[in-house]
Design a protein around this ligand. Sequence first.
Ligand SMILES: Nc1nc2c(ncn2[C@@H]2O[C@H](COP(=O)(O)OP(=O)(O)OP(=O)(O)O)[C@@H](O)[C@H]2O)c(=O)[nH]1
Ligand SMILES: [Mg+2]
Length: 326
Amino acid sequence: MSLVEKIKQQVVPRQATRVDVDDLVTRVEGLQRFVRAAEGHVPEDRLVAARTVIDRSGERLALSRAHTVVALAGATGSGKSSLFNAISGFQLSRVGVRRPTTGVAHACVWGQAGATPLLDWLGVPPNRRFTRESALDGNDEAALRGLVLLDLPDFDSVEEQHRVEVDRLLRLVDLVVWVLDPQKYADRVVHQRYLAQFQRHRDVTVVVLNQADRLVRTDAERVVTDLRRLLDADGLTGVPAFATSAKGQPGQGQLRAALERAVAARQAALLRLGGDVTDAVADLHPLVSSPARVPAEVPQATVDRLAGALGWRTCCPTPCRIRSRG
Ligand SMILES: Nc1nc2c(ncn2[C@@H]2O[C@H](COP(=O)(O)OP(=O)(O)OP(=O)(O)O)[C@@H](O)[C@H]2O)c(=O)[nH]1
Ligand SMILES: [Mg+2]
């Protein structure tokens, strides 16, 4: 592969599949039918994840689809708050030398009235909510109208409460920007515990190597290439990965462009929920795909009904695709 192709692969986002809201609702309903039919036949704890996805999908779809919720997530000191401030153009979140600095999620909303119920659902405290766009901006910020940008606490925190808060919010947001830095970009915990868990959310994942201004350009390119290798190993082939800086070159232009595309497409919430449903379905699949695992006392008709609710045929080893309209 030529160098140009390599760089292109690193920065050009994969062509995300579009998710139709009716198809998504159909899939969630199928999951719901499966859970109802399975109640009493399988251990309750096997159904918890599916129930959570069903509830969360219903809640998110009932809230504003005009808004795209994007979280800046990463280790302490990677520069989440600095990027949050740089993109919003204001010092909204404290940047600190003492670690960890951010203890509670901060939100900045661009234009678009009606974000309050969404922010309530996300659990962002009222005194940590900011609105970016005003009449003074003219049209400068128009491309980000509808963005809800979240600055999260650190996920590798010595503060247990920070980790709990990050894990809670990572389950709710539409798109995640993973903010890595040159020192810790290869940290095994970050890759295993977080990035590799987002394989089914590749369409709503962006990875940045922040603080690239601390490196000479060729070193920054080398680190991004190495990061790309690690992301491929995480199962995140094709996710956009590029260098940023909150302080100098190369700035936040590419990140801003990625946010603008996500806002314009209004697909992130649907893609996120679609990935969640796929995760839940994959988790349930062993219950009906392997006859050996179905207790003998469960009638075949029940197994067929369960499989049917998820769009599977029990006669073949691989799950048939969930039925989709159009
Ligand atoms: N040179 C350089 N320094 C940066 C950059 N981003 C952040 N910093 C510095 O790195 C330190 C940590 O930045 P923060 O923005 O507070 O990092 P954080 O990820 O929000 O940290 P926590 O809130 O503890 O999770 C601060 O001293 C920043 O000034 C960058 O792109 N380049
Ligand atoms: Mg911070």
